[in-house]
Design a binder for this molecule. Structure first.
Ligand code: FAD
Length: 535
């Protein structure tokens, strides 16, 4: 590869994140396909990435993270909210919270009903199974032998056990597998962890095949623009260590740069709303108004209690106990360093007349200063977080200038929809109900956030506006569909151009009732079949 002339490939994959790693693996399985993967971030061989608890470190570390910030939002007291995105091999799957949650069958049936044929639950379940290597074995819902390891939490913390017992007493059924026949209920989270180590999409899909001769993976390689000739995408221009290169794709350019960077890259390449691009002085290559519009995300709010016994993760994360935990993790893969931001989940219907759960809870025997992920508190604490699973608020990702290095404007418009504001208040009331159980009595200290003075609906909403944060589940900015606002067709081809697809979280037409990594892996598995069938 030289900076003087372009080099030629069949497929160029932009971004080695959750989706890009799946595609790299599947498309290069045929030695006849020449596949180039360009990843802006660097190596994932770092203890902060490998140790599950390292998410506390990578969360704000620009070596692994794009470290974006949202635009101030009217619904969130005009706060700009920190918005992490993975920038490393494995992408966000290398810095995420490891929770493996697929969503409800209805989510995917809704995609199909919106006109996206081939995306119903029956259509996509085989792809979830194909990707998976479930530690507890296969069944009608789970797969074994796939690249993505999924395991159950081994350590049964007494406070988690008490939380589950209390939730069950409050009418939330115990559910050993929320990824199985029924999502509703309470139980331990399934996680993308193997032997106490993070099992990212890079670990599962990319590293095992990196020695394939027809696959080339370039890290620290940022794509600056997509090249288009007439109505066909022909390749990309990219930069590595200050040098600029051109690479040509004989078959397809595949954008897997994630729900923020994929629409941004399209826009700086002249593909997006013609009117907005002209205002920025970007020559319009293809007028496609939906690019970057329709951003959806989960907005979480937390309730925190002191704990009366020194058995929470807070105390284990400092002083001599931390050294002991590090030694334990190195020897056994267990203990504090193998922990995730949440241990127990609950999927709950806020009102009994609802057909399906609308609230997701994350519970952990730990607490952070100010209630958001970051520094663990000194005193023992426990935290429950909640979000509405299928929010109605919609936002956007828009380039601010023609400069590919300038961060785009990210506006999720959290809590702009009335239904979302009602759900967040319902969620906080439910969170308190779950923490008030008699099973948690032996551990429960006073509520520190929002605090007992916050009681009325308007006070609860005020707290949500002031203290809520992203759960990092951006989707929908290159939505699939067949309406004028859609960006890709149901086979993920960019509308109006040939030789280019989008394959990542940005194509989801509506939010899944889940954290978004599992569905992104599934999308890429299915996309690989679509691409190979066309090739
Ligand atoms: C902090 C955090 C915690 C999360 N926790 C969970 C969780 O517990 N469970 C869950 O299911 N989901 C979680 N998620 C969400 C989930 O990880 C993402 O939805 C999923 O990884 C998205 O995959 P993707 O392929 O769309 O994008 P990413 O995985 O973000 O991949 C995009 C890749 O493209 C690269 N890239 C971007 N622009 C360019 C460019 N111009 N040139 C070259 N490369 C580029 C990026 O560096 C990145 O590596 C979390 C996300 C974050 C950020």
């Amino acid at each position: 590869m030289t900076s003087s002339g372009p080099d030629a490939w069949d497929y160029i994959i932009v971004g080695a994140g959750s989706a890009g790693c799946v595609l790299a693996n599947r498309l290069s399985a045929d030695p006849g396909n020449r596949v180039l993967v360009l990843e802006a971030g660097g190596s994932d061989a770092h203890p902060y990435v490998r140790a599950p608890v390292g998410f506390l470190k990578t969360f704000q570390d620009p070596r692994f993270n794009w470290c974006y910030t949202t635009e101030p939002g009217a619904g969130v007291d005009n706060r700009a909210i920190f918005f992490p995105r993975g920038k490393v091999l494995g992408g966000s799957s290398s810095i995420n919270g490891h929770l493996y949650v697929r969503g409800q069958a209805r989510d995917f049936d809704t995609w199909a009903q919106l006109g996206n044929r081939g995306w119903s639950y029956d259509d996509v379940l085989p792809y979830f199974r194909r990707a998976e290597d479930r530690s507890s074995g296969s069944d009608a819902y789970h797969g074994t032998g796939g690249p993505q390891h999924v395991s159950d939490i081994q350590e049964r913390h007494p406070i988690c056990e008490a939380f589950i017992a209390g939730a069950a007493a409050a009418g939330v059924p115990r559910n050993a597998d929320y990824n199985g026949a029924v999502q509703e209920g309470v139980g331990y989270y399934q996680r993308t962890i193997r032997g106490g180590r993070r099992h990212s999409a890079a670990t599962g899909f990319l590293h095992p095949v990196r020695n394939r001769r027809n696959l080339r993976v370039e890290s620290h390689a940022q794509v600056l623009r997509v090249e288009v000739d007439g109505t066909r995408a022909t390749g990309v221009t990219w930069r590595q260590h200050g040098k600029v290169y051109r690479s040509v794709a004989g078959a397809e350019v595949i954008l897997s740069a994630g729900a923020i960077n994929t629409p941004h890259l399209l826009q700086v390449s002249g593909i997006g709303s013609g009117e907005r691009l002209r205002r920025l002085g970007i020559p319009v290559v293809h007028d496609l108004p939906g690019v970057g519009e329709g951003l959806q995300d989960h907005y979480a709010i937390r309730v925190v209690h002191r704990v009366t016994k020194p058995i929470t993760l807070n105390e284990r994360a400092r002083g001599p106990r931390l050294w002991w935990e590090i030694a334990r993790w190195l020897a056994t893969g267990g203990g504090l360093l193998a922990f995730s931001p949440a241990h127990v989940g609950a999927f709950v219907r806020s009102h009994p007349e609802l057909e399906l759960p609308d609230l997701q809870f994350v519970f952990t025997p730990a607490s952070y200063s100010d209630g958001v992920v970051g520094q663990l508190q000194r005193e023992p604490g426990m935290t429950i977080g909640v979000w509405q699973m299928r929010p109605d608020s919609r936002g956007y990702v828009r380039a601010r200038s023609a400069d590919p290095d300038a961060a785009p404007a990210i506006q999720p418009n959290y809590l702009s929809a009335e239904s979302d504001r009602e759900a967040v208040v319902d969620g906080l009331r439910w969170a308190r109900r779950l923490l008030a159980s008699s099973a948690l009595e032996p551990y429960r200290g006073p509520e520190t956030l929002p605090g007992p003075h916050v009681q009325s609906n308007s006070e609860l909403l005020g707290y949500a506006r002031a203290k809520g944060a992203t759960v990092y589940h951006a989707i929908g900015t290159c939505r699939m569909g067949s309406d004028p606002g859609a960006v890709v067709s149901p086979d993920l081809r960019l509308n109006g151009l040939s030789g280019i697809r989008v394959v990542d979280a940005s194509v989801m037409p509506t939010m899944v009732s889940a954290n978004t990594n599992a569905a992104t892996l599934m999308i890429a598995e299915k996309a690989a079949d679509l691409i190979l069938a066309a090739g």
